[in-house]
Ligand binder design. Structure first.
Ligand code: XMP
Length: 505
């Protein structure tokens, strides 16, 4: 495997993804929490950083930990750190260098082997290496950055000023492959199938005859995690799927069926009334979230207590959540954690098992495919834990939920029938707390407004409104107004995130 040391660059996760796309396992660790260097680690990559090596308190690592022991590649800040600490000079660039540049590399080097003699690379840096020490060999330059790539004489230590991990560096993947395969000697055998096999083996060993309880949501992560645990321990995995009355139309029944088809030991718990009861009269979004969190803990705790001698709690936590919670940047962790792991009652004192905590989302989907889970679940849009409660602005009543479920179902089914569902990252409808005038037949109506929201995104952190075809929106609007009693106006949300968010509450 490859160890990636993170100095806080926005691109660090991309380095990991590119390495994994080469079927080589890698892990990101913060620069100040270096894990034990085991024989499994075949090489180290130092990431970029928003910091400047010229600042006294900028992040540092002792390069001698790795030099002459393991191949080492410094990217951007990582390369500057090498130059700066090994006797070269780093200064502020005259112009901040950002964007495309053409790399020339006349000399042969292992790192740039089979890369075209002139190739496009992506620069993003404010500092530049102005002088390299005698034992550094220059292996690549651009017009404005003389020291764009270098190697240390007699050792497998390399530095590059550009970012090979971004797609704009057109041959970046070849460069990373040269490093991890040819220089580090990693074998490209880390695949979904190998992950499934080794994870099931490890889970069997870890869990033995112990019982595990898991709450499933119908989402990709919890389903794939449960399937892995199920393959390892079969009926000793107790799954609980709670109907909080805030799911999509017919979702509870259809997801429950899918779980039964997968052979899971699943219990569906109808707790609608408990949730509606706790939500009654609440209008503040955070108060609603809290009430739902609490209701969920009540139910889950009650159900888990019915399982005798349960020792473990299974969770679908994935790698980005883990990285964020230990990241160099820190505090952003809290935002995500309340989405995914929040609400775990610590009095339950269960040990945690998280079989997906080293995987990115797309890798989770691939593992799901390797496990034979249907696309119906794997390609499902994300859906918030508090469900329709945060899509009904204002207080929640069963009647409002029923209206929104109908509207949402028309919209989502429409997207599916028109082949638009997979082009959209997330979609749904909001029930607004306003009424507006309309005419139906000869009568004036005074009814509800719904807003449709569909976005494109990669990870939900930023998003654009989906440019759905007008004729599709027209059809959906007609269908909603004609079929859903109580709604006489449909609007489409054309805000991007930021500054708006995906949900309205
Ligand atoms: P926002 O509205 O913050 O949403 O742009 C980003 C993503 O997070 C989901 N979301 C939630 N998920 N509990 C959840 O489990 C929540 O309270 C919550 N709020 C937003 C949202 O659906 C989108 O995918």
């Amino acid at each position: 495997q490859i160890l990636i040391l993170d100095f806080g660059s926005q691109y660090t996760q991309l380095i990991a993804r590119r390495v994994r796309e080469l079927n080589i396992y890698c892990e990101i660790h913060p620069f100040n929490k270096i894990p034990e260097i085991t024989p499994a680690i075949k090489g180290v990559i130092l990431s970029g950083s928003p910091c400047s090596v010229r600042d006294v308190d900028s992040p540092r690592v002792d390069l001698d930990l790795f030099r002459n022991k393991l191949p080492l590649l410094g990217v951007c800040y990582g390369a500057q750190l090498m130059a700066h600490t090994l006797g070269g000079e780093v200064n502020a660039s005259k112009h901040r260098e950002y964007g495309r540049a053409i790399l020339n590399h006349p000399e042969h080097s292992l790192l740039l082997d089979s890369v075209s003699p002139t190739t496009q690379v992506w620069m993003s840096h404010g500092d530049t290496i102005t002088k390299i020490p005698d034992n550094f060999e220059l292996i690549g330059s651009t017009d404005s950055v003389k020291v764009a790539a270098f190697k240390l004489t007699g050792e497998q230590t390399y530095g590059i000023q550009f970012h090979p991990e971004v797609t704009h560096s057109t041959e970046g993947k070849t460069i990373l492959k040269n490093f991890v395969v040819d220089i580090c000697g990693c074998t490209q055998n880390w695949t979904s199938e190998s992950f499934v096999e080794s994870t099931i083996r490890d889970l069997k060993e870890k869990l033995g005859d112990d019982k595990v309880v898991m709450a499933l949501s119908g989402g990709v992560d919890s389903t794939v995690a449960a399937s892995l645990v199920h393959h390892a321990i079969g009926k000793n995995l107790y799954c609980i799927f709670v109907d909080n009355g805030l799911l999509r139309k017919d979702e509870f029944e259809s997801v429950l069926h899918s779980y039964q088809d997968m052979g899971l030991n699943i219990k569906g718990v109808n707790s609608k009334d408990h949730f509606y009861g706790l939500l009654e009269g609440l209008t503040d979004p955070e108060a609603k979230r809290k009430a739902i969190g609490k209701a969920f803990i009540d139910i889950f705790d009650q159900e888990a207590h019915l399982i005798e001698d349960v020792k473990w709690l299974g969770q679908g936590t994935i790698y980005p959540d883990v990285i964020e919670s230990v990241s160099v940047k820190g505090p952003s962790a809290t935002i995500k954690s309340h989405h995914n792991v929040g609400g775990l009652p610590d009095f339950m004192k269960l040990k945690i098992v998280e079989p997906l905590n080293t995987l990115f989302k797309d890798e989770v989907r691939n593992v799901g495919r390797a496990l034979g889970i249907s696309d119906n679940i794997l390609k499902r849009h994300p859906f918030p834990g508090p469900g329709l409660a945060i899509r009904i602005l204002g207080d929640i009543t069963p009647e409002k939920v029923a209206i929104l479920q109908e509207v949402d179902a028309i919209f989502i089914n429409g997207l599916k029938t028109r082949g638009l569902y997979d082009q959209v990252w997330q979609a749904g409808a909001m029930l607004l707390p306003v009424q507006s005038v309309g005419v139906m037949g000869d009568e004036r109506t005074y009814e509800r407004v719904v807003a449709l929201r569909a976005v494109t995104s990669v990870d939900g952190m930023t998003a654009d409104w989906a440019h759905l075809p007008y004729d599709f929106l027209a059809d959906i609007s007609n269908e909603i107004i004609n079929r859903v009693k109580g709604v006489n106006r449909v609007v489409y949300d054309i805000s991007s995130k930021p500054p708006a968010t995906i949900e309205w509450e």
